[in-house]
Design a protein around this ligand. Structure first.
Ligand code: HEM
Length: 899
């Protein structure tokens, strides 16, 4: 007599109150699973497994939140992946009672016998032919399971489902490939940011395939039911699993959503593809990972809550201390032994609450199939296939690697403390260190890290040690007491390729060579005297810009280009006596150089991954070096042209002793070429070109960017713009254009520039430096060769230092002189490697802003607020360049018409 047992249905589930906030969201699978729980009571407590101590049960039942559980486990709501709790208990009960209980297995035994018979018959007709046994067993198992679940067969005579079965076979193979604890992305999240692995994408695709496969089965059943067909009409007790669940769904549609049914239907497939010998080749060599739901003790050690547990079953099953000749296939060792579990030394189906619920079915199918095949046929081997052993070995290796990583992380953390190194964010991962914490924009991410761990931090960015400081006092200590120690620049790839192998002014190490270059640049181009001497060039360029804007009034102007061309022309005239942009000048060259500068800043700086993980160079990652070489070639070609032009002119009689600007001032190239004449070995063409390139590159993007941010802020704050115009009207009037000498009379304009440089410093992390010897910062020991990043952006946005730090309030600088306030406002850096172009930049920004405000009224093209999003790059550029329209101010019309 056959007996079917159904679980009692309680009126209400008292455990609803225990549900966590996450489980109360309305994600369909989870919610519906919880409703299922409301219907099925917990009146039958699961038996506590033998030999499992209370300590270890804490560990066993939960599952870690791995990617496989998210995508294949219906967001951790399926029976395999749900965390320990009522929801999981209920799903487990349904699956056990509806498909895998001893009672149901007994009822459905005819299906298994039938399928084995059909297989035997097929093999009989294929006598003496080679048979691929893996497929034979797979087809058998699938047919058995499909008949139990959906009442249909996929393989055999008169069956049309082979294509569908092929699809399912792929699904099963992929499921095993991407499930479990061996996806590196689960442990190194950073890999997914670098797009390495792509496991997540594959899991997403696999989930879609699995879901639609099972949904089709349900739909097929529904259609057939509507047409009055039934698969297993011979015996109502032999109802398929879908039938059982769908009839429950009919009664309680809310509680039995399709998602719940699907997540349950997928379970038996996964657990029942057992086709290897259980001790030597356990189908789950590391079991399925568990996670501890609270702290517990194992082997006398404290194991924290949330620790993932991997039981290396393969190692236990192959341990020579437990098994004699473990690598030998000796079935005799189990003579007289009942069952498939022997304490904890043999447990191919796991043990405890999360053990395999398909154990009974699997052993029956495997037993019946094997027995019948052996009974009916003689077999001979074609080739010996080393099979699961390889998989088992690789899993054991992963386990040992994980152990090593954990040990390394913990040891590294304590080592820092013992050595009196600054605090470091936890954990420091092997190889990548803290790179996993970084994302663009860097200064914002680093600022968050400092807010969490402190203003003096030691980061490990791949192979480099980085000291990150983000408080005025720490910055002061680095740039005053330790200024010489930190006067080197790190050897980054950009310094090698764009900095003439670390010999340019920007990238050279602190020493005689750097001192000499700095002296030339300061004396010959950036000293107060030289700046004064070339003020005519700036005024001249400014006038020509005003003229162009006057003629294109009411048209939309790209302000970034306007500012860039202005500063490029000014510097070009100081360097080589010619300006590059504007209507009468060579626009093509200007565009070319602008691209060169933009590219230099894009590839430059401290955020190239290859600088921190040199190993990436060997695997050809990113091709950064190639891009740098191409760029450098363009830069050099551009400057070489200019230099040759000057050499030709100077060698001609006409050019001798005559400056090229025509104003009685020697240009920088002339000075350098005359130095070359006296000391040709030192002042090579390369040295001259590299100096010109540094000055041009460092000056253009920084100054143009500051002007663009300032104009954007003014357009978004019309009151401030009005106030600045009023100041100019009162102090300068409208009878002459603003001159550099007028700037001292415009303190409010100065406040606007300071506030712009505070909010949007062109060097948000200054430029990276490197310590030449061991030193102390904040009481911590800083080893030699440590890279220094001063997060000026964080300091200038620190709410402890600045009231409303994100607000544009020029008034906060009223009564304040200069552009440096101790170490809390320092947009040009400090110390020996601070910006030598500060004087020029302030003059240019002041003159440009003052003139544009004096001559024109401004608005955005669509009268909307300017988008202030920051773009990626070293100099804090705007993500979208500023577009604006100008109208001449009525009071200035007379002057403008005289241009
Ligand atoms: C608003 C405009 C500018 C800003 C905000 C700015 C900012 C900076 C900063 C923060 C540094 C790094 C300082 C450090 O490491 O402590 C720097 C370095 C430098 N700047 Fe500027 N800068 C500007 C304009 C200019 C101009 C106009 C020039 C040249 C004409 C220039 C030439 C340089 C050079 C050559 C260095 C490297 C100095 C060295 O390594 O010895 N900068 N600048």
């Amino acid at each position: 007599m056959l007996l079917i047992m159904q679980p009692p249905l309680p009126p209400q589930n008292p455990l609803f109150t225990e549900l966590s906030p996450k489980s109360q969201t309305d994600t369909a699978p989870y919610f519906s699973s919880i409703l299922v729980l409301a219907l099925f009571s917990l009146s039958l407590p699961l038996p506590q497994p033998k030999n499992v101590s209370p300590e270890t049960t804490l560990f066993l039942p939960s599952r870690p939140q791995l990617l496989a559980g998210k995508y294949l486990g219906y967001d951790f709501a399926s029976v395999s992946w749900a965390p320990l709790g009522n929801h999981w208990r209920n799903l487990r009960r349904i699956s056990s009672l509806e498909i895998l209980s001893a009672g149901r297995l007994q009822i459905l035994s005819s299906i298994r016998v039938d399928e084995v018979k059909l297989l035997i018959r097929r093999l009989f007709s294929d006598e003496n032919q080679t048979v691929e046994m893996k497929s034979v067993f797979f087809e058998l198992t699938l047919n058995v399971m499909m008949r139990i679940i959906a009442g249909k067969r996929y393989y055999g005579d008169n069956v049309a489902g082979v294509e569908e079965a092929k699809k399912f076979k792929e699904i099963v193979e992929d499921t095993f490939r991407y499930s479990g604890a061996s996806n590196m992305v689960d442990f190194l999240l950073v890999l997914s940011w670098f797009g390495i692995g792509g496991t997540e994408k594959k899991l997403k695709e696999l989930h879609v395939k699995r879901d639609s496969f099972v949904q089709n089965l349900i739909e097929e059943y529904r259609t057939n039911a509507e047409n009055g067909q039934s698969y297993d009409s011979d015996d109502s007790k032999k109802k398929t699993f879908i039938e059982v669940l769908l009839s429950l769904q009919e009664k309680e549609p809310h509680d039995y959503k399709d998602e719940t049914i699907k997540s349950l239907m997928l379970l038996p497939y996964l657990h029942c593809i057992i086709n290897e010998t259980l001790r030597m080749y356990p189908a789950g060599p590391l079991l399925v990972p568990h996670e501890s739901s609270e702290e517990c003790m194992v082997g006398g050690f404290r194991v924290p809550r949330g620790t993932m547990l991997l039981v290396n079953l393969w190692a236990i099953h192959n341990d020579p201390r437990i098994w004699e000749d473990p690598a030998e296939f000796k079935p005799e060792r189990f003579e007289g032994f009942q069952g498939v579990t022997d304490g904890f030394k043999l447990m191919p189906f796991g043990t405890g609450r999360r053990s395999c619920p398909g154990e009974a079915l699997a052993t029956r199918v495997v037993g019946l199939a094997l027995g019948s095949l052996i009974q009916c046929y003689d077999w001979e081997r074609l080739k010996y296939v080393r099979y699961c052993q390889e998989g088992g070995a690789s899993n054991a290796m992963i386990f040992h690697i994980l152990l090593l990583i954990t040990f390394w992380v913990v040891a590294n953390h304590f080592r820092n403390k013992i050595k009196n190194l600054p605090p470091t964010p936890f954990p420091t991962l092997p190889i990548i260190g803290h790179l996993y914490l970084l994302k663009q924009p860097l200064y914002r991410t680093l600022s968050k890290i400092s807010a969490r761990y402190g203003p003096i931090l030691l980061l490990k960015l791949g192979s480099r040690r980085v000291l990150l400081v983000s408080s005025p006092s720490a910055a002061e200590e680095c740039l005053t007491k330790n200024d010489i120690t930190f006067a080197n620049r790190p050897n980054l790839l950009v310094g090698k390729h764009l900095g003439y192998n670390y010999t340019s002014l920007l990238w050279a190490s602190y020493g005689n060579h750097w001192r000499n270059l700095r002296k030339i640049s300061s004396l010959e181009i950036l000293s107060t005297n030289r700046l004064q001497a070339f003020s005519f060039a700036r005024v001249d360029e400014m006038r020509s810009l005003i003229h162009r804007l006057y003629r294109s009034q009411n048209q939309i102007v790209d302000m970034k280009s306007v500012f860039f061309e202005l500063i490029l022309n000014v510097i070009m005239r100081m360097i080589g006596g010619k300006s590059y942009c504007g209507e009468k000048l060579k626009g093509v060259e200007s565009k070319e150089f602008r691209q060169i500068v933009a590219e230099s800043f894009r590839l430059g700086g401290a955020s190239n991954l290859v600088d921190f993980l040199p190993v990436l160079r060997w695997i050809g990652y990113g091709g950064l070096e190639k891009s740098l070489l191409v760029l450098q070639e363009k830069r050099v070609r551009f400057m070489q042209r200019l230099l040759e032009e000057h050499k030709t002119k100077m060698s001609s009689d006409e050019g001798k002793d005559k400056n090229l600007d025509g104003q009685g001032k020697k240009t920088m190239i002339e000075v350098l070429l005359s130095l070359q004449e006296s000391e040709p070995e030192y002042y090579t063409d390369d040295i001259i070109i590299s100096l010109m390139l540094v000055i041009l590159t460092a000056a253009t993007d920084t100054s143009a960017g500051t002007m663009e941010w300032a104009m954007s802020l003014l357009l978004n704050n019309p009151d401030v713009l009005k106030k600045a115009q009023t100041e100019i009207d009162h102090q300068i009037g409208s009878d002459h254009f603003i001159d550099e000498s007028d700037l001292a009379k415009l303190p409010y304009l100065h406040c606007i520039i300071n506030e712009t440089l505070r909010l949007y410093p062109a060097g948000p992390l200054l430029l990276p430096r490197q310590s030449s010897e061991e030193c102390m910062v904040g009481g911590y020991r800083i080893p030699r060769g440590t890279m220094l990043l001063v997060n000026m952006w964080a300091i200038q946005h620190d709410p402890k230092i600045w009231e409303d730090p994100t607000e544009f309030k020029p008034e906060r600088f009223e009564g304040f002189e200069g552009v440096r306030d101790g170490f809390k406002l320092m947009p040009f850096g400090a110390g020996r490697r601070s910006c030598p172009g500060e004087g020029l930049a302030l003059r240019m920004v002041g003159l440009a802003l003052g003139s544009l405000i004096q001559c024109f009224d401004w608005e955005t093209p669509d009268k909307r607020m300017v988008d202030m999003t920051e773009g990626p790059g070293l100099t804090l550029p705007k993500a979208h360049s500023l577009q604006a329209k100008c109208r001449p101010r009525p009071t200035m019309l007379k002057l403008l018409s005289q241009l």
